[in-house]
Design a protein around this ligand. Structure first.
Ligand code: TLP
Length: 371
């Protein structure tokens, strides 16, 4: 038996995953499928060997991304995980410490590559309930410059903060952290997997938001809807060093223009529609807050991520997700009693209402059972 698909905490035998074509898949915005426009662009993309720097479509994507972020250069990478790892490896040496938020993706969901490959100690700091770090919290985790202490070299910020529920860093906070970090000779990397969602929530532009960050990673393959790919950005010198690590980690792609073509469309067209996903997320959160047994404060939903507590239903998050699944509603457990639903362009308002109706039905059924 082969196991490939993760559902809840479990691994699912793919032979038993029914092809529910009309399912409302809210497990993540990573599940988005490319638009027809993207598919056509992919079919007709001009390509070359990108390891030789000769793929015109990749080169255009890198140029456009760098312009949008007002950074000197950018690099197309296969995944967000690889982008973060390349940035961390480029800024650090083995034995260094990297400050990050406790629930951050680099700390919890990148298979400990920060230690296993970059050789660094993640210095995980608990932010507030919103997962947004303050300079004071970061400052207190910086190691003194003494030869017998491992040295802090990098701070990783995550915007939006995924596991805190898509929360958003105020831009002034990011600027303050960067200024103070730079005064101490530290670098700041932004895991901006969903930085365009953050920009939408703040009504700010990504160039201003990331102006002082030394490097940025953002994903084309989440809310922006491309099938594959992420970008890293920074100075020309940073990107030249990053290119070496991309190759070392096996990320040197050849005729990658085929996927970069979809990325170009994602970058051009998708940011301006993300507000729809945010409105759907707020609608979903408001509906969830009215379902007995489920807890969420809709006012805290700023972007496309909705995380709610199901403890008082008497079901664990895995049980709740498992009960929803046969009804065609797919959600993701993120802790014992915590369920995540992520809105994206493949699920419309009617899909949100279907998810709400099934959530209500499943929790009422459970209530009847335990009454
Ligand atoms: N996040 C995925 C899961 O891995 C949890 C999701 O469904 O949200 N940074 C952040 C903040 C992310 O949320 C993710 C993916 C990544 C990096 C990694 O991106 P990929 O999946 O492209 O390697």
């Amino acid at each position: 038996m082969t196991y490939t698909v993760a559902k809840g905490n479990q691994l699912v035998d793919p032979d038993h995953v029914s092809p529910v074509n009309d399912s409302v898949d809210l497990r993540s915005d990573t599940v988005t499928r490319p638009s027809d426009e993207m598919r056509h662009a992919m079919a007709s993309a001009a390509v070359g060997d990108d390891v030789y720097g000769e793929d015109p479509t990749v080169n255009l994507l890198q140029k456009n991304a760098a312009e949008i972020f007002a950074k000197e250069a950018s690099l197309f990478v296969p995944t967000g995980c690889m982008g973060n790892l390349i940035a961390i490896k480029t800024w650090t040496h083995h034995g260094n410490e990297v400050i990050c938020e406790e629930r951050s993706h680099v700390n919890l969901y990148e298979l400990a590559s920060i230690s296993a490959i970059a050789g660094c100690l993640p210095r995980a700091v608990r932010g507030g309930g919103d997962g947004i770090l303050t300079w004071e919290q970061i400052h207190s985790a910086i190691r003194p410059k003494i030869y017998y202490d491992s040295q802090t070299t990098l701070i990783c910020l995550e915007n939006t903060s995924n596991m805190a529920g898509g929360t958003v860093y105020p831009t002034e906070r990011v600027h303050e952290i960067c200024d103070k970090a730079h005064d101490l000779g530290l670098r700041v990397h932004l895991d901006g997997a969903r930085v365009f969602n953050a920009a939408t929530a703040l009504n700010d532009d990504v160039a201003h938001m990331a102006q002082k960050c030394d490097s940025v990673m953002f994903c084309l393959s989440k809310g922006l809807g491309a099938p594959v790919g992420s970008m890293i950005l920074g100075s020309r010198e940073f990107i030249e060093r990053a290119r070496v690590y991309r190759k070392m980690f096996g990320g040197g792609m050849r005729q990658a223009g085929v996927i970069a073509a979809a990325g170009l469309i994602a970058l051009e067209k998708s940011p301006s529609r993300l507000h729809e996903d945010h409105e759907n997320a707020r609608h979903l959160a408001e509906g969830i807050s009215k379902i007995p047994g489920l807890k969420i404060d809709p006012a805290r939903v700023r972007s496309n991520i909705v995380i709610f507590d199901c403890k008082t239903t008497g079901m664990t998050a895995v049980e709740l997700c498992d009960a929803l699944h046969p009804k065609g509603i797919w959600a993701q457990d993120t802790a014992l009693f915590s369920v995540r639903m992520v809105t994206h362009w493949n699920v419309d308002r009617a899909g949100m209402d279907r998810a709400l109706a099934e959530l209500r039905a499943v929790t009422e059924k459970q209530h009847g059972r335990s009454a």
